[in-house]
Design a protein around this ligand. Sequence first.
Ligand code: PLP
Ligand code: LYS
Length: 387
Amino acid sequence: MFSSNTLSRFQSVETPFYYYDLQLLQQTLTACKAAADKYDFHVHYAMKANFNEKVIQKVQQTGFGADCVSGNEVKKAIEIGFSPDKVVFAGVGKSDREIVEALEQNIFCFNVESIQELEVINDLAAKCGKKARVAIRINPNVDAYTHANITTGLEENKFGVNQWDLPACAEVLKKSANLDLTGIHFHIGSQITNLNAFKSLCVKVNEIKAWFEERGFVLHVLNVGGGLGVDYHTTEETPIADFEAYFQIFDEFLERKSGQEIHFELGRALVAHSGSLISRVLYVKNGIKKHFLVLDAGMTELMRPALYQAYHKIENISRPGAQTSEDLKYDIVGPICESTDCFGKEVEMPESFRGDLIAIRTAGAYGEVMASKYNLREQIVSVYSGS
Ligand SMILES: Cc1ncc(COP(=O)(O)O)c(C=O)c1O
Ligand SMILES: N[C@@H](CCCC[NH3+])C(=O)O
């Protein structure tokens, strides 16, 4: 729950807005860093999860690298202070301009997602008089047991080089004078809560690593991506993900040679719980079959429920401690001209009124950054505490 100071501060800010608990963010980053350091693991923060400046500044100060998925993310990371040798650039559709700009910045490495991309990077690096460090992103065909829309490591997904293309990939690597192979890269999906998925990933990485090493390639880096999920139901009870249990799996199941670095690309688990979307009830519509709370925030501010039917805990923070009843359930909707503009259906809430403040919790990852201008909505603003 929010402190009374925070609640009274909320009264003076125009809704909707994102609220970030920077203290919780710092505790989360510190916990992750300590757990990673224990195994000498390297974490690159997946900037796509949240590139709010205050958030990424804290991430940068913790000593993590940055995992970027567009030229603008690469630029932003460097601008904020991430050292280029801690910046990696992934994505299935890097444009020539984005590649050249990243080459000019001397980033640590491109996570390359197709053989054609490998050839293009080699040509562009030659033109720039550079050697591009590359890791091959491989599609391991490992089930992440997560929502179908956020699974990335199955053969039907567009991401990475398929295993049957590895011989051709090795040929291109051997003949490309302007490529320098740093290692191999994997990412099987997001919001993964069944840690067995990561065990299966380790088994696959061991196999593929051996394949490369048998052919004389030296792999300095094994990058196993991100994907660690958070519990959206227990925002207060488990505000910090179990990083120790997560890293321990890789320590136990991943084979590494001495000197070989293990890299991670965590996004959601680092930032999700520290963000909430704060909104106000504009209207209460009581019907026979349904009661609706119409908020001033919509799918334009938080798209996850509309996009993946994602669950977020919704609280009426104007009525702390007020009783809920089985008989009073609301559909919590926004003002956007779409029927999917709904944050939750049949949500048990205390009786709510126009003007009440509503918090949509665990919205720090893939929330603000996925906001859109649809319906010519206002630019979303952010409020911070605990800095
Ligand atoms: C290549 C890559 N790395 C890292 C991430 C971060 O994932 P998460 O936020 O689930 O940790 C993603 C997003 O799914 C991704 O596509
Ligand atoms: N945007 C997604 C996750 C996709 C992660 C990026 N590959 C979410 O909101 O859960």
